[in-house]
Every structure is written in C-alpha cells, then in structure tokens.
Design a protein around this ligand. Structure first.
Ligand code: IMP
Length: 180
C-alpha cells in the first residue's frame, strides 16, 4: 500500500468485477447501436480505458475537459470548457463516462452543453457517486459504487494531480490533505 494512503475503499479486484458488470449492462442496453463514449478528462481515463475494453459492442471514443477544481478538495462551482469534442455527436447515442459525481455541478454543465447538440440520446456512466454532496440533480444511468463524503484518490482520481495511478480507490492520511 502507498505510504500516503490511510485506507483502501475499493480494491483492484472489486473495481474490475464491477466494471465488467457495468459493461455487460451497457452492452445489453445499447445492443445494435454504436454509442460515443465521452470521457471526462482527466479523472475518467482509467475507468474509460477499462470500461471500453470490457464492452463487446462497437463504440466511438472522444473526450472533453473541464476546469473547476484547482488543487483543492472542494468544487468552486466555476466551470470552463478547456477541451471540446473532436467530432460531431449530432444524431448519436452519447454516454458520458465520469470518474466521480460529487456536487454534480461539472456534470450539469456538460449535460446542458451536450443537450444543445441534437444527440439521439444522452446518459451517464459514473464509477463513483458521492450522493451526500449533490447540489445539482443529475440522473446517473450507471453507477459503479457509492462512496461516503470523503475525498478519494486512485484509479484516475487525483489529489493535486497526484495518486491517479494507484490501482485502487483510497482515502489519504489527513496530514497529506493538510500539507500545501
Ligand atoms: P462535481 O462537479 O462536484 O460533481 O465534481 C466532479 C469532479 O470533481 C470529478 O470529475 C472529479 O474530477 C472531482 N472530484 C470530486 N470528488 C472527488 C474526490 O473525492 N476525489 C478526487 N476528485 C474528485
């Protein structure tokens, strides 16, 4: 275990098993279609890369990147689009792939933005859901796990750009969050 980690919330095996279940559900729901998986950079890259390889249906993949968090652990609520989609999603089934939905503010901006693009359908797959902190109601079609109101890292999630490469989801020791 990484020395900065206080507790592992979700092990590598637990995540892998759940991602396979989510992929089976998504494949059944999108059978006969070719959805566009829209990964939300940077945090969703690990989840997206595992999810897409577990999907036995054809998919397209694109990315968006929003700014909102800075280096802290709470949302500023201010969101800017730093990277837009690379191709048109008009008439396509869009499945947004998110690492974690916390206040829901980032996702609400993204959904409102995508809804203006004449998509055939729009849904969200989130690996983690922190429902206790929701400020903007968002509908999540697929959720991997609910997590408590703690700042988590690993499996793509960062704290101040670190720990994304941990192969599990964990909570850091309190002194790590306090240090500048
Ligand atoms: P929201 O707008 O508050 O829902 O925040 C969404 C984004 O904040 C996520 O896509 C993450 O990038 C980041 N985030 C929220 N909670 C956590 C956490 O516990 N650990 C790491 N990143 C988080």
């Amino acid at each position: 275990m990484h020395p900065d980690v206080k507790e592992i919330l979700l092990t590598t095996d637990q995540i892998a098993a759940r991602v396979r279940e989510m992929a089976a559900q998504i494949a059944a729901d999108y059978r006969g279609r070719e959805p566009v998986l829209v990964g939300v950079l940077d945090g969703a890259v690990v989840f997206l890369s595992d999810l897409m390889r577990a999907l036995p249906i054809p998919v397209r993949v694109d990315f968006v990147k929003w700014s909102s968090y800075g280096d802290g652990t709470t949302s500023s609520g201010e969101v800017q689009l730093l990277k837009d989609l690379s191709f048109s999603v008009e008439g396509r089934d869009v499945l947004v792939v998110e690492d974690i939905v916390d206040t829901g503010l980032t996702l609400r901006y993204l959904m409102e933005n995508l809804e203006t693009r004449q998509v055939a359908s729009l849904a969200v797959a989130a690996l983690l859901d922190k429902p206790s902190r929701r400020k903007a109601p968002v509908e999540l079609a697929y959720v991997g796990f609910q997590v408590p109101d703690e700042f988590v890292v690993g499996y793509g999630l960062d704290y101040a750009q670190r720990y994304r490469n941990l192969p599990y989801v964990a909570v850091l020791k309190p002194e790590i969050y306090r240090s500048p």
